[in-house]
Design a protein. Structure first.
Ligand SMILES: [Zn+2]
Length: 291
């Protein structure tokens, strides 16, 4: 039997991660819930992404966020080859979920323009949070709850990318406290894409979760579909406190979106990066075969 103290703690954590907006004094290091920190340096990271400028990719500074006396760039990379479909990948909208950022160079290397899919990547989507190991931006906002009011510069910059690039499919890369990988999808994601993606993750050795972070069983493993509970949570976010994540924003625009949630409890960086690389590759293959 759970005691009242446990319940209070659960409610506090739920409110912190899903409802309060903004939190008080941030950015602050976010090491709760078993997060194993992966090393990250914003300057080195931006230089690494800038080096992709060339025949395959165009690189630009989408926004520059000011904090602590310096500018923190948000980068977009766009593949140059002509294509029939555009895949937008948002990496690191929660700054402490660093595997999603560290996966980006490998995603870009693996990308095959001959498939006829255009890749647009935003990284880091929360550059101050990335540098500070913070889920939130400099003003304590969870950017991934700000796609209704657009109070943050980061969410407005990401919205501008949606409007300019007109994606046919969106992937948002995350990590979390669960001990295995799963994904959320909105109801625009075709079932065939879901199945192929889960198969690709499993084949590459990713452990797929059998429960989501609400403790609900996942069937098939690795998929948290658009259930009545998730719909209720999203409705609560959107209606009561005016909070909206990217997946809901994509839904409003009738764009399929997959949100990947891998485990931040894993200490090995490569193991953490792999699901992000495999997911983008699998969706890009699926889009290529459809278009
Ligand atoms: Zn996240």
């Amino acid at each position: 039997m759970r005691n009242l103290q446990d319940l209070r703690k659960d409610l506090r954590i739920f409110a912190k991660y899903h409802l309060r907006h903004p939190v008080e004094a941030y950015p602050a290091r976010e090491e709760e819930l078993g997060l194993v920190e992966l090393p990250f340096d914003l300057d080195a990271y931006v230089a690494e992404l800038a080096a992709f400028e060339g025949e395959r990719f165009a690189v630009r500074r989408e926004a520059e966020l000011s904090y602590d006396g310096r500018l923190h760039p948000m980068i977009t990379l766009r593949s140059r080859a002509p294509a029939r479909a555009t895949l937008l990948v948002i990496a690191g909208i929660h700054g402490n979920e660093r595997a999603s950022l560290l996966a980006v160079p490998e995603i870009l290397q693996r990308f095959e323009p001959a498939r006829g899919v255009r890749l647009v990547m935003i990284a880091p989507a929360n550059p101050i949070g990335a540098q500070q190991l913070s889920r939130y931006n400099a003003h304590g906002y969870d950017i991934n709850r700000d796609f209704k009011r657009f109070e943050t510069e980061e969410a407005r910059a990401i919205r501008a990318v949606y409007e300019r690039e007109r994606p046919d499919f969106v992937i948002s890369l995350h990590e979390g406290p669960h001990d295995a990988t799963f994904m959320f999808t909105n109801h625009y994601v075709p079932r065939t894409v879901v199945n192929r993606t889960l198969a690709a993750l499993a084949a590459a050795g990713t452990k797929l979760a059998t429960r989501d972070y609400f403790g609900l069983p996942l069937s098939p493993p690795g998929l948290s579909a658009w259930t009545r509970l998730t719909r209720a949570v999203h409705t609560l976010w959107a209606v009561a406190p005016g909070l909206m994540p990217t997946i809901q924003y994509s839904s409003v625009r009738a764009i399929p979106e997959i949100v990947l949630e891998s485990s931040w409890r894993e200490a090995d960086g490569q193991t953490r990066i792999r699901p992000h690389v495999e997911l983008v590759d699998a969706v890009s293959r699926a889009l290529a075969s459809r278009s």
